[in-house]
Write a protein that binds this ligand. Structure first.
Ligand code: SAM
Ligand code: SF4
Length: 348
């Protein structure tokens, strides 16, 4: 069933889309990238993402199996999908993730498989994931100071595991390593220059992310939001930046580099510089909802048709028809979030 009512914003109309050929939405955007959430659970509780407790978890039978995820990707690859990212919740808490990587690796047309992780379990899994065919890893790292990492993630001891995980990823040959940092005033904004300085020596692509509002983080998103313009202003205090092409994997980030630096500095500005006009993606939630946008409540159920053997392509085209032109988020408010409590529920 497709719901056409979006909470807090006007009803979103269906738009005409091509009935065959590569996936294109009603605004002419080609969709070639799918973010796949494999779980809504996480071993951390980052202050900007999840509440400490109280989120309802999906039941095991609600989760798509790896084979079912593979089937969705196979059908979408036939319609022009080229890149996938495995995310969560924390994807590495789901058992035997390399099996999913192997399934995705075998899908003709998929030429890039990436993972977003908090790195806590990467130390023990990086080598096997690499051997299974994973191409790239993005790691969340919100501070360079261990006590702050533990505080922001609300889990004592996470800093040591994360640093070990990042080292293991580098040893396993994951390149480029993208490091995502959500900047929050009073918690880590004084580390922007230090993070940027790391890119002079290490081939990290550090991406500073503006915090986005969800139902459960309104305090943080209202009081601690820092714009990407302010972030770039701070980076410029320690050296001249020039715009550069980003590393492999086009996305919403804008990249810059210091002269002679090994890595780059990127900013992702969902709030201050809306980049919806170039959106190339859809999302598959852990329970099999195909979402045309991270925010809002628009989704199409693929789990039931997968389990009854009904064709998926008409449902995928229907989801393209309802893909909205843009998100309607308002900083510090849950307007436009469609009732979403935490990004961990849909994959971030
Ligand atoms: N657990 C994995 C991780 O942390 O990388 C994958 C899931 S997480 C939801 C994906 C990304 O969303 C992370 O980079 C995280 O920092 C980001 N994120 C989560 N909540 C956010 C929010 N409210 N605003 C901006 N980014 C957020
Ligand atoms: Fe977990 Fe990632 Fe959300 Fe942090 S950002 S709570 S690691 S899902």
């Amino acid at each position: 069933m497709t719901r056409l009512v979006q909470l807090g914003v006007p009803v979103v109309a269906e738009n005409a889309v091509p009935e065959d050929g590569p996936m294109t939405d009603g605004f002419g955007r080609r969709i070639e990238y799918l973010r796949i959430s494999v779980t809504d659970k996480c071993n951390l509780r980052c202050v900007y993402c999840m509440p400490e407790e109280g989120l309802p978890w999906l039941r095991r039978e609600q989760l798509l199996s790896y084979e079912e995820i593979g089937e969705v990707v196979r059908v979408m690859a036939g319609l022009g999908l080229r890149r996938v990212r495995i995310t969560g919740g924390e994807p590495l808490v789901r058992r035997d993730l390399p099996t999913l990587v192997r399934i995705l690796r075998d899908v003709p047309g998929i030429d890039d498989i990436a993972l977003s992780t908090n790195a806590v379990l990467l130390g023990e899994q990086a080598g096997e994931l690499r051997a299974a065919g994973l191409d790239r890893v993005n790691v969340s790292l919100d501070s360079l100071i261990p006590e702050r990492i533990d505080a922001i993630s609300r889990r004592a001891g996470s800093a040591a595991a994360i640093m070990g995980g990042i080292a293991a990823a580098e040893r396993a040959g994951f390149f480029p390593l993208k490091v995502n940092c959500v900047v929050m005033r009073g918690r880590n904004d004084d580390e922007v220059e230090a993070f940027a300085a790391v890119t002079r020596e290490r081939p990290w692509h550090v991406r500073f992310i503006e915090v986005m509002p969800t139902g459960d983080n309104l305090g943080v998103s209202h009081d601690e939001y820092v714009s990407s313009d302010e972030i770039l202003g701070r980076v410029a205090r320690i050296g001249d930046l020039r715009p550069v092409a980003g590393p492999h994997g086009n996305g919403p980030a804008k990249y810059y580099a210091f002269d002679g630096a090994a890595g780059t500095v990127g900013v992702i500005s969902p709030m201050s510089h809306n980049y919806c006009g170039t959106c190339n993606r859809m999302r598959l939630t852990a329970d099999g909802q195909l979402r045309p946008c991270l925010f809002g409540d628009l989704h199409t159920d693929l789990r039931s048709p997968l389990r009854t053997g009904a064709p998926l392509e008409p449902l995928i085209r229907q989801t393209l028809r309802i893909k909205p032109e843009r998100h309607w988020l308002v900083q510090g408010s849950d307007v436009g979030s469609g009732g979403l409590r935490a990004l961990s529920q849909v994959g971030g």
